[in-house]
Design a protein around this ligand. Structure first.
Ligand code: AMP
Ligand code: MG
Length: 327
């Protein structure tokens, strides 16, 4: 069985083609970019309207397949930005009916976890999912992927991008902040906000921006932002691992491409006799391959959807998914 997956929850239009052994036959990714930064939902949706047909052709070319070879169409059903989700869902519905194959709506956060399990070989990890819009610590317990901790306000990537936008960095700002942080020498005190198992980033953002106005250097601020926010994430991840007694930590989401975050997570894991797993970059960021692979897992486990089941779910929670493909 070959599945074509369409990702479009936020800034990225992605098409992936995957077979039922998990071979990734294509994974094309087109992210909206702009000097001003931030995502405007309508603009991102228009971007997807333009890009999805182009990326579809590219993906088929990359996989050396035609529409006739596709047995299943899956798409990111949520969570995400309404206009973006509607665009991806409309594309998926049109394609599935045009080529007359089944359709499958996939939870985006679950897909990050499943592609990580597939390509890194870990089996039962705690996922630290740190992306633009989402920040969650997820682990499997009692037939569901449970959220053990999450952001109470904005995603860590959005926080970094907002900091970048206000200080003149390009979007996405995460990679630029990582570079600047390497030159940082002074750890500036920023509000460390872990509340129970949850984290919050907006206070840190405000504090960092105020310090910037008072002439703190960009290098020191980027360094301090990373050290503070990543410590918060690693603390919550470690506590989730201890709670569910898991010995693997998997990273997912665009922010985990950050080498300092990887280093801090690796140290935490090693100190507790656990192991860290990081998928290749193109499978960490939002991508269609993870949507295709999760579509296959769902279909193989017996899940079937009609067009009526494919309404988008902007606030689709990770733990609403019945994980029928794991025992
Ligand atoms: P995603 O939403 O998962 O596609 O990831 C996009 C987010 O990852 C954006 O907010 C980027 O700023 C962020 N990002 C990408 N690379 C890095 C990096 N090296 N360090 C920190 N954040 C990053
Ligand atoms: Mg994502």
């Amino acid at each position: 069985m070959i599945c074509l997956g369409i990702e479009g929850t936020a800034h990225t239009a992605g098409i992936g083609i995957v077979d039922d052994d998990g071979h990734i036959l294509a994974n094309v990714i087109k992210m909206i970019s702009g000097e001003s930064g931030g995502i405007h939902p309508r603009e991102a949706a228009n971007h997807h309207v333009q890009e999805i047909p182009i990326q579809l052709e590219k993906a088929l070319e990359e996989a050396k397949l035609t529409y006739k070879d596709i047995d299943l169409v899956s798409f990111s059903q949520g969570p995400g930005l309404g206009p973006c989700l509607r665009t991806a869902a409309t594309a998926a519905r049109s394609l599935a009916s045009a080529i007359d194959v089944p359709i499958m709506g996939v939870n985006h956060c679950v897909a990050h976890l499943e592609i990580g399990r597939k390509v890194t070989g870990c089996s039962d990890p705690t996922l630290l999912y740190a992306s633009g819009g989402n920040t969650q610590v997820i682990a499997y317990a009692g037939g569901r992927y449970r959220v053990f901790g999450e952001t109470l306000d904005i995603g860590i990537g959005n926080m970094l991008d907002k900091f970048g936008r206000e200080t003149g960095l390009q979007f996405p700002s995460g990679p630029k902040i990582e570079q600047l942080a390497k030159e940082g020498k002074r750890l500036i005190d920023l509000p460390y906000s872990v509340k129970g198992m949850d984290v919050a980033f907006s206070g840190i953002l405000t504090a960092a921006l105020q310090l910037r106005k008072k002439d703190a250097s960009m290098e020191d601020l980027c360094f301090s932002l990373q050290e503070t926010c990543f410590s918060m994430l690693v603390e919550v991840t470690e506590r989730a691992m201890a709670h569910v007694e898991k010995e693997e930590v998997l990273l997912g989401g665009g922010v985990v491409q950050n080498k300092r975050l990887q280093e801090m997570t690796r140290i935490m894991a090693e100190e507790r006799g656990a192991k860290m797993f990081v998928p290749p970059g193109r499978l960490c960021i939002d991508n269609g391959a993870m949507i295709a692979w999760t579509g296959i897992l769902m279909h193989k486990s017996g899940i079937r959807m009609t067009i009526d089941d494919t309404s988008i779910r902007q606030r689709f929670r990770t733990d609403e998914v019945d994980v029928t493909w794991r025992s």
